[in-house]
Design a protein around this ligand. Structure first.
Ligand SMILES: *[C@@H]1O[C@H](CO)[C@@H](O)[C@H](O)[C@H]1NC(C)=O
Ligand SMILES: *[C@@H]1O[C@H](CO)[C@@H](O)[C@H](O)[C@H]1NC(C)=O
Ligand SMILES: [Ca+2]
Ligand SMILES: [Ca+2]
Ligand SMILES: [Zn+2]
Length: 593
């Protein structure tokens, strides 16, 4: 196993101009989420003053429940049969918690909930969403009957939401406060596991309309440098529910409170690893407030970096999954949910890793052992800059994991070890970074620069910007005669792939939805060909055998449709039909192209 870094050393700043990318508001991915009606009367919450020492002392749980329900009956003006305890328990402090809902005609009013909390025989707090001064005093309760049957209500709701009925949950009759009075309703569930949708709805048994709903799917949001944006100067935006249900059925953050989940474990660690600080969220919402004028080490900036890195690692997990980097292919997950492959290898991401500067690296052991991605701080500016905030850098690092696992199979991690194969490893990493940060307004001859933010130089960290213009980027196959370092070799490989990419985008268009790997848009096809090539190529491939593996992927995925687009891209920069591993430029095409 070899550890790959993003740079060997900082390139001396050459001159080149980066055209400012046009703003591109097209999101990479959005889960379809229709808004269903939801009404819940505002709850009141009161701490009840203790009257000092309790006349009761310790009471049993049953006694505590009776004390709570008597209290609620008086407080909310309820008579016998108008309240039902749904659940109660006593915690370690001896406090008994009692929860329930208002009953009418023996049925629950779904959103008329109340609770009381009892300690030492006294109510210490209570809450309610009904019958207090703030709420409408007793609404009229309609009859518990309706014109619409349960089956009719289900049929209507399935039709209007497009989500199938979830038959495991039996329908229940309940009342619902709609905000305009109480209605008699049928309660049931709708679920589509493949789309990650699962909701409970209440349908008015007289009108057939959905009047209330509860969405069981965890909501999430991440304030990040949203792809395809590249760097913090383009701003942080809040991305909502970015998880792909197929690739990440368990979501991204396991708890909704830390940057730790099935695909990635993202934290700032001190050098001795005595302190581990995860990015934090509340109920799935991960906010951040990054400051360009403060050092990366402030807690706000560490949080911004951790949340951004968690986002990038998970996005690439989910996108690469669509193109075949799945559990069985050896991807990086804590649990594989029974889908094959070896688990326990979510990516460990070290935010602002203290053991290095001015670089980033990624170590990939074989399937079943967790890889390590170390993001360092770059030191040539004041304040220093965080590599985790230039999206191309973590995308580059994660792609090392993909190319290493796929080449020669996931059980072995020794297939990108020769200098030429290692060079292509660097190339695939930059290439995937470019593809995930490409915008619909980009052009073939535009200069695409890597690492310009971290070193604050428009030239970035490579010797030339990537571009199909041979004056902007003159690299060709024969350039390898004087290029022996893996990143230098990688630049040549990226140029070859970049020519193919643009042949495809020019002819077949661009899609901003990289999650649809079946799309015929040129950029999606290019990504599929490159990832498919990794699966086909031999252990320690050469540029020639890696090109041939891409041509093979074109046959297997597309029946050879893009053969000539691929050949023309490679031939333009010297890897034509008669090119050999001696690295002399040949620009000829095979017959038929
Ligand atoms: C930093 O390097 C030391 C010494 O090699 C190692 O023990 C420690 O785990 C490293 N710290 C981190 C955060 O990786
Ligand atoms: C980045 O470079 C520009 C232009 O050379 C300079 O004005 C600016 O101060 C630099 N920023 C930092 C943080 O070093
Ligand atoms: Ca795995
Ligand atoms: Ca491998
Ligand atoms: Zn690298």
């Amino acid at each position: 196993m070899r550890t790959f870094s993003i740079v060997l050393a900082l390139a001396a700043a050459a001159t080149s101009v980066l055209a400012a990318p046009a703003p591109d508001s097209v999101a990479l991915h959005r889960r379809a989420a229709g808004k269903l009606p939801f009404f819940f009367p505002e709850s009141v919450y009161e701490n009840v003053q203790s009257s000092g020492s309790s006349p009761f002392g310790k009471v049993t749980e049953d006694q505590a429940v009776k004390i709570a329900t008597d209290f609620l009956a008086t407080k909310l003006g309820l008579s016998a049969g108008e309240f039902e305890v749904a659940n109660s328990f006593t915690d370690a402090s001896g406090t008994t918690h009692v929860y329930g809902a208002q009953l009418a005609n023996g049925l629950r009013i779904a959103n008329h909930q109340a609770a009381a909390h009892v300690q030492n025989g006294q109510v210490i707090a209570f809450s309610s969403s009904f019958n207090t001064e703030q709420h409408v005093s007793k609404s009229a309760i309609p009859a518990s009957s309706g014109k619409i049957s349960v089956d009719q209500a289900i049929a209507k709701a399935v039709e209007s939401t497009g989500i199938p009925h979830h038959k495991d949950f039996a329908a229940v009759s309940e009342y619902v406060n709609t905000g305009n009075g109480i209605v008699f309703a049928h309660k049931f569930q709708l679920r589509d596991s493949s789309k990650g949708q699962w909701v409970q709805v209440w349908v008015d048994a007289n009108t057939g309309a959905i009047v209330h709903s509860a969405d069981f799917v965890k909501k999430s949001s991440y304030k990040v440098i949203a792809l395809p944006n590249l760097k913090p100067t383009q701003g942080f935006t809040t991305v909502s529910n970015p998880e792909d249900a197929t690739a990440s059925p368990n979501g991204w953050s396991t708890s909704g409170t830390t940057t730790k989940g099935n695909n990635a474990d993202v934290a700032k660690r001190t050098a001795s690893e005595t302190a581990v600080t995860y990015g934090t969220g509340t109920g799935g919402a991960f906010t951040s407030s990054w400051s360009s004028s403060s050092a990366p080490s402030t807690s706000a900036n560490i949080q911004a970096s951790a949340v951004n890195l968690f986002y990038i690692a998970n996005v690439l997990h989910d996108i690469s999954y669509q193109y075949g980097f799945t559990e069985k292919a050896g991807n990086f997950q804590l649990s594989n949910n029974g889908k094959g492959g070896k688990a326990n290898d979510a990516v460990t991401v070290s935010v602002q890793d203290p053991n290095g500067t001015d670089n980033a690296d990624f170590s990939t052991p074989a399937d079943g052992q967790a890889p390590l991605m170390r993001m360092f701080v770059f030191t040539s500016t004041t304040p220093n800059r965080d590599g985790g905030l230039e999206n191309v850098i973590p995308l580059h690092e994660y792609t090392h994991g993909i190319s290493n696992r796929l080449t020669g199979g996931s059980a072995t991690a020794q297939c990108l070890e020769t200098t030429e194969a290692g060079g292509m490893g660097e190339g695939w990493s930059d290439f995937v970074g470019l593809v995930l940060t490409a915008k619909s307004t980009d052009t073939a001859t535009q200069a695409r620069v890597v690492g310009d933010y971290v070193i604050n130089s428009s030239a970035g960290i490579r010797s030339y910007p990537y571009s199909t213009s041979t004056s902007t980027n003159p690299l060709k196959y024969s350039s390898l005669a004087s290029r022996n370092e893996v990143h230098d070799i990688g630049e040549v490989w990226v140029e070859l792939l970049w020519e193919v990419y643009w042949n495809l985008v020019t002819k077949y268009g661009f899609s901003s939805n990289l999650y649809d790997a079946k799309s015929t848009a040129g950029n999606v096809v290019a990504l599929q060909l490159v990832i498919g090539g990794m699966m086909n190529q031999p252990c320690n491939p050469t540029i020639i055998s890696a090109r041939n593996a891409i041509l093979k992927a074109d046959q297997t995925f597309y029946g050879g449709k893009y053969k000539c687009d691929i050949w023309k891209g490679f031939a333009k920069r010297g890897v034509g039909n008669s090119a050999t591993t001696t690295k002399t430029d040949k620009t000829d095409l095979p017959s038929g192209c």
